[in-house]
Structure formats: C-alpha cells, structure tokens
Ligand binder design. Structure first.
Ligand SMILES: [Fe+2]
Ligand SMILES: [Fe+2]
Length: 243
C-alpha cells in the first residue's frame, strides 16, 4: 500500500512498504512553483508513485527530479517521468550527470550540481552537497531544503520495517539494527567506510537539519545534527572494522 504524509509544509512523503524485503521506499514531493520529486522509486513502483503524485499536483507539471545516486530506487523511473512530464529534469551531482544520467535518460539533460551550489523552485531554496561514497556510490550527493530545514538524506538513517512516517524519537537503534541485518544478508557491505566517510558525514551534520528525510524508514524530526553524528558512529562500528 502506498501512503502519503505531509512531513513539513508542502513536503510530502510517498511511501510504499514491500513486505518481502521488510523495507519501505519513500519518494518526496516538494509542492512549489516548480514541483520537485526527490527519488522516483524503482520502475515497478512508477504507477503507484505517479498516482500518489497526481493527488498533490498535475504530474505533467513536474519540473525537477532530485536523487542522491544512480540506483533503481533513487532514479529508476526517470525515463517514465520524462515521458509524462515533458520538462522534468534530473538534479544530481555533476559526476552522476556526466557518468550515467545523461546516457540513461537522454530526453532532458540533467542539471549537474557542484558542491554547495544552490537553486530555487519558487518558495523553497535548496543547497546541493557533493558526498562521494556517502551514503554509497561515487556520484552520491544530498539535497538540503534550506527554507524548510529538510535534508533529503537518501540511505542515511536507513531503517528496516513498516514504521511510522514521522518520529521525533531517536532512530539510531533501529538504524544500527538495520545495518546489522544487511550485513547478515545477501546485501552485505551495502555501504563503504572509507578514510573520508567520517569527515563527509560531519559536513552533512553541520547543515543542522530540523528534519532528516530518509528513503527507508521513519522521517526523523528533531536534532538532525546529533542523529547524523550518531549515524557516523554506527557506520564506523558496523562497516569500519573487520566484520
Ligand atoms: Fe542507495
Ligand atoms: Fe535506497
């Protein structure tokens, strides 16, 4: 079942829980003059996501499609979106644009973002952070809504299970549990831990987001800086050693 929750003014979480994977997948619609969708979800989810978006805006007016990295749950239905929304343009890192996205979805060349670059969709202003290999993949980046204080964090704060849309309770315990479950599954070594991981996560934490909007699990509203610093400790513990 696909659910829609408003997690901040005019920012909507569209979530589909997949029981077989014990995992939810969220996309975020920012309803603004130039509507922005962060994450498209996999192609298999496209009809569900499109229908959910259609309850909030005319899908044909979608202007921006943001995501962190090139992976099916992040941007798998980019082409399907560009087929129904003629102006829909990817917003991603310059590396993502040059290496994968413009080849994968050639209808509209992506807006390749540099580190710290800002752009506006009308009322909402965004800052793009280039974060190679955080949460994972070379081309990774993160989008921060500086107007609403919402960090679209992709796989950062990933929690498993069918959980509440929004919480103000710490999710660190659930994140640690999810990472341990991943390590014990065929999806082991999900995230890299490199000599730069901690410094990159400290840069992300310094944004001091009021809301951390993860793709998987509950959206955390509260001390975003603390949550991300705790996340960095979990990554070091789970992926930084020899286990
Ligand atoms: Fe990912
Ligand atoms: Fe993901």
């Amino acid at each position: 079942m696909t659910t829609i929750n408003e997690i901040a003014p005019d920012i909507y979480r569209i979530n589909t829980f997949i029981p077989e994977a014990n995992l939810g997948f969220s996309q975020f619609l920012v309803r603004d003059d130039e509507p922005l969708l962060f994450h498209t979800g996999m192609r298999a989810l496209f009809p569900l996501v499109r229908d959910a978006v259609a309850t909030l805006i005319d899908p044909a007016t979608l202007r921006w499609i943001g995501f962190s990295h090139f992976e099916a749950d992040e941007c798998g239905s980019l082409n399907e979106w560009q087929a129904i929304a003629p102006r829909a343009t990817a917003v991603c890192s310059m590396v993502a644009k040059l290496v994968s996205v413009d080849d994968f979805a050639s209808a509209n060349p992506a807006k390749g973002m540099n580190d710290g670059e800002e752009f506006s969709t009308g009322k909402h202003n965004f800052k793009y952070l280039v974060t190679p290999h955080v949460p994972h993949n070379w081309e990774a980046g993160l989008l921060f809504d500086t107007t609403a204080g919402v960090l679209f964090s992709s796989d950062i704060l990933h929690q498993n299970g069918d959980v509440a849309a929004l919480t103000s309770d710490s999710v660190t315990g659930q994140v640690r549990q999810a990472m341990l479950e991943m390590q014990a599954s065929p999806l082991a070594d999900y995230l890299p831990y490199t000599p730069k991981t901690d410094a990159t996560l400290k840069r992300v934490a310094a944004l001091k987001p009021a809301t951390v909007a993860s793709m998987h699990g509950s959206i955390y509203a509260g001390e975003g800086e603390k949550a991300i610093l705790e996340y960095a400790e979990v990554l070091k513990e789970v992926f930084g050693g020899n286990n």
